[in-house]
Design a protein. Structure first.
Length: 440
């Protein structure tokens, strides 16, 4: 018997045993935490402090107390635009106060001055096969940028603890400034035959990103400003945010931290979901042989998807119990700028059809759409049809929130994160009253 076969037998046995334990003892509490929560990914356990944003189950994300509709209204906009500038959100998350036009202009100029990407980073990207997944290229590029870390250099020279935040801040600002250039380079390399576009120093951060991607439509620039803003942060417990924080707690520099967080974002249960939504819609349209399926057709296809043991991508959320306000913001954008697009209208028809089907199952706590249910359709309208790249867009945006949080982690001197873990054998001993594994 091979080691793999022996592992399979052991795993199946322990999995069945844990299932039985949780069925009988899952509701038992250790303090305020149930045994089920400990086994179920620490779901719902409060164990982190993140200053930049808070996720409310009913209201959705709040950045420093401001909802998405409020930041859309209150944050500065580009000249002639109506969507918030991501620079303004970063300022809000970092400082805690709403910025004015001057604050945002200064931040844009700051990022422009920091935006030069060393040639060896492009060389590292070029060393990879062109077919490499964009997220893999993105993470490797971030790691290649690590040679520029001020924190790593100053720490090696003997940096005082009280000054950690200073070097972390500069690294974070440099990273945010350079990520659009890196991401656009990967996009043009993989999908546009290496026909690269130089930055435009007259544009804002998101507008310049759209320009370097090759999309000069003013409305697409507006979409990038909205997209980069609403995907930036989602409190501290999601995989990309928590991973960045966790790695940072070991005093790893921001490049190492963000690369780790981006590896988490690349997972299908996190940032890859926006890609899965579009694939699912395209497969549905192909099977139904129509660009604009009716709600009745969608309902039947959803039932078929569920009967095959699959999920409907873009629906449900670990915390939210209502429609994600980020979905609503994108729906408003679609109704304003592209109300007749068949794919966008299909997203809206799915929004009408899916929740009642999921509610009828009686087991789903949140049958409503999350942010991923809409974003891809807007991108496809403008010609950005390369679904694998969507998670890179998400990653560029998410850098704003996780790096603002990392600055605060070091400024507040948060310690190394080191939760206690136990074995299933020790849990069984605790259930039988033979072991005190919780330190009570």
């Amino acid at each position: 018997m091979t080691i793999k076969e022996r592992f399979k037998i052991k795993a199946e046995s322990l999995s069945a045993e844990i299932k039985d334990i949780l069925k009988e003892h899952g509701s038992k509490k250790i303090g305020d935490t149930t045994l089920s929560q400990i086994y179920a990914g620490m779901r719902g356990m409060t164990g982190l402090v993140t200053e930049t944003s808070l996720l409310d189950a009913q209201e959705g994300i709040r950045f420093r107390g401001y909802s998405i509709p409020e930041i859309q209204q209150k944050l500065p906009k580009a000249s002639g635009g109506s969507e918030p500038l991501p620079e303004g959100l970063f300022f809000l998350m970092l400082i805690g106060d709403l910025p004015d036009e001057k604050d945002v202009q200064e931040l844009t100029a700051n990022w422009q001055r920091r935006s030069h990407v060393p040639n060896h980073v492009f060389d590292a990207i070029e060393a990879l096969p062109v077919g490499t997944h964009p997220m893999t290229q993105f993470v490797i590029a971030i790691m290649a940028l690590q040679t520029e870390s001020q924190f790593a250099k100053k720490y090696a020279e003997g940096l005082n603890k009280k000054d950690y935040w200073d070097a972390i801040f500069d690294d974070s600002m440099n990273l945010i400034a350079r990520l659009p250039r890196v991401a656009a380079y990967i996009y043009r390399r993989k999908y546009k035959h290496g026909d690269h576009i130089q930055p435009n120093g007259l544009l804002d951060w998101a507008g310049n990103f759209a320009h370097m991607l090759g999309y000069r439509d003013d409305t697409f620039q507006e979409l990038m400003r909205l997209y980069m803003t609403i995907h930036a942060d989602h409190e501290g417990g999601n995989v990309s945010a928590h991973t960045t924080h966790l790695v940072g707690s070991a005093l790893s520099d921001p490049y190492l931290c963000l690369a780790a967080g981006m590896n988490g974002l690349a997972g299908p249960l996190h940032g890859l979901a926006n890609q899965e939504v579009i694939k699912w819609i395209m497969e549905m349209r192909e099977e139904l042989k129509t660009e604009l399926p009716s709600q009745e057709q969608i309902v039947e296809y959803v039932r078929k998807t569920l009967s095959e043991g699959k999920v409907v991508p873009g629906y449900g959320h670990a915390v939210l119990r209502k429609t994600d306000p980020r979905f609503s913001a994108q729906m408003e954008f679609g109704k304003k700028h592209l109300p007749d697009d068949p794919l966008v209208k299909t997203v809206w028809n799915i929004y009408e059809a899916v929740p009642p089907v999921l509610q009828s199952l009686g087991k789903i706590k949140n049958p409503w759409p999350n942010v991923d249910a809409h974003s891809g359709a807007l991108l496809v309208h403008f010609g950005l049809v390369e679904y694998e790249f969507y998670t890179v867009l998400f990653g560029v945006s998410r850098s704003l929130g996780v790096l603002a949080s990392l600055c605060w982690d070091r400024a507040l001197g948060y310690p190394l994160e080191r939760p206690k873990s136990v074995t299933t054998d020790s849990v069984k001993g605790w259930i039988e009253g033979k072991a005190d594994i919780w330190g009570d």
